[in-house]
Design a binder for this molecule. Structure first.
Ligand SMILES: *Cc1c(COP(=O)(O)O)cnc(C)c1O
Length: 394
């Protein structure tokens, strides 16, 4: 019999052969336009800190003050003695922000998705998800034990067809902003189909909150969808809000039900109260500092125009997620490495995160970037694509 390490070693070697081996770069700075990664100063287009709040002085000050007052650890689960005033007030403020009756905090977005889907549906039910949904939504669907199917990306005919099946409960789940493509779910149409077919709609708006909508209320605000039209709204706090954690917003019944039945809510330690306090400070900035969203829009327009002029293949994305399609994994890695040598960090995204032969550079913009930063990225992309073409690399 092979030992554990022999079995794992073979699979790791196979992973390298496929150009799919992943490595972590060591970060030695706060999130900002410029990072120290693996000991090197780089201009980064790779974080999800879209509004530039992860290292904001007011957010840090709120965190520090709350840590002085409450200490660091959450200490216990929400249902025992870990539900602090800071958590509770943040929940009320998030519900108000989303135009929903109630909100409930989770420790991470991954857990929120597992926790909601597995609490709301099970055996005998049907879960339909967009093919390009985030991994945590797919895992939630599988974990629930419901019949789990995926419809074609943003394809209403495909969704409608699947909804003809008989089931006790039907739930339709989609990303609001697709995390690796940057495009928006066709929510008004999806909501209309769900209402006709008596299906419950859940939207994961991890990349929309803070970025979309006049006051940063995300895709629900962008499309003006009410609690009735969109009953299960999920957001994360580690992206546009610049802190950590996640929440579900919806009816009082939904939140009460999750408190009773959602295992990833119940059986985990509450997030540190100081994180909730920091998030309250960042929520204020999200709501009031419109210039951050306006600046992002300008940077997005500048990047798209410049990339189109270079003949690069972009995706139909109006958001700060601006992937540049490459296709082959090895070519994508070579371009990423070339950019790195030029002092620029861009995420290289490969299967299984995205479908086969759609490896891409996941360029993300944030409010800390300047127009000069974007110009530098465009010029590095131009020379990277030229160099890779010349070398006839791979
Ligand atoms: C990042 C992300 C999550 C997970 O959120 P975490 O708080 O990082 O665990 C869930 N859904 C989508 C669409 C995401 O992009």
């Amino acid at each position: 019999m092979q030992s554990l390490n022999e079995v794992l070693g073979e699979q790791l070697a196979e992973r390298r052969r496929q150009h799919l081996y992943r490595q972590r770069k060591l970060l030695a700075s706060p999130q900002a336009a410029n990072l120290i990664l693996d000991g090197k100063a780089v201009l980064a287009f790779s974080s999800n800190d879209y509004l530039g709040l992860a290292n904001h002085p007011e957010v840090i000050a709120a965190f520090t003050a709350a840590a002085q007052k409450y200490g660091v650890g959450g200490g216990a689960s929400h249902l025992i003695c870990g539900h602090s005033i800071e958590h509770h007030q943040l929940e009320e403020e998030l519900a108000d922000f989303c135009g929903r009756s109630k909100a409930l905090l989770f420790s991470t977005g991954y857990m929120a998705n597992l926790g909601v889907i597995s609490a709301l549906v099970g055996s005998g039910d049907l879960v339909l998800e967009d093919k390009l949904n985030h991994a945590s939504l797919l895992d939630g669907g599988l974990l629930s034990g419901a019949r789990f199917q995926r419809y074609l990306h943003n394809d209403m005919a495909s969704l409608d067809k699947h909804l003809h099946k008989d089931a006790r409960r039907k739930m339709v789940i989609t990303d609001g902003v697709f995390s690796m493509d940057g495009d928006l779910a066709k929510l008004p149409e999806i909501a209309a189909i769900c209402s006709q077919k008596d299906a419950w709609l859940m939207v994961d708006d991890a990349h929309g909150f803070g970025v979309l909508g006049a006051s940063g209320g995300g895709i629900a605000e962008h499309f003006g969808l009410t609690e009735t039209e969109l009953p299960v709204l999920m957001g994360t706090l580690g992206k546009g809000f610049g802190t950590a954690g996640a929440f579900i917003a919806g009816s009082a019944e939904l939140v009460d039900y999750l408190v009773q039945f959602s295992r990833p809510y119940i059986y985990t330690t509450a997030m540190p109260p100081a994180v909730a306090a920091a998030t309250r400070a960042s929520l204020k900035l999200v709501k009031t500092e419109n210039w951050r969203r306006q600046k992002l829009q300008k940077l997005v327009a500048q990047f798209r125009q410049g990339a189109a002029n270079l003949g690069l293949e972009l995706m139909p994305s109006p958001t700060p997620i601006q992937p540049v399609m490459v296709g082959s994994e090895s070519r994508c890695m070579a371009i990423g490495e070339y950019l790195w040598q030029q002092g620029i960090h861009v995420g290289t995204i490969r299967p299984p995160t995205v479908p086969k032969n759609t490896a891409r550079l996941r360029v993300t913009l944030n409010a800390n970037h300047s127009e000069d930063d974007v110009a530098r990225l465009l010029s590095a992309l131009e020379s990277a694509f030229a160099a890779i073409a010349e070398d006839n690399l791979l």
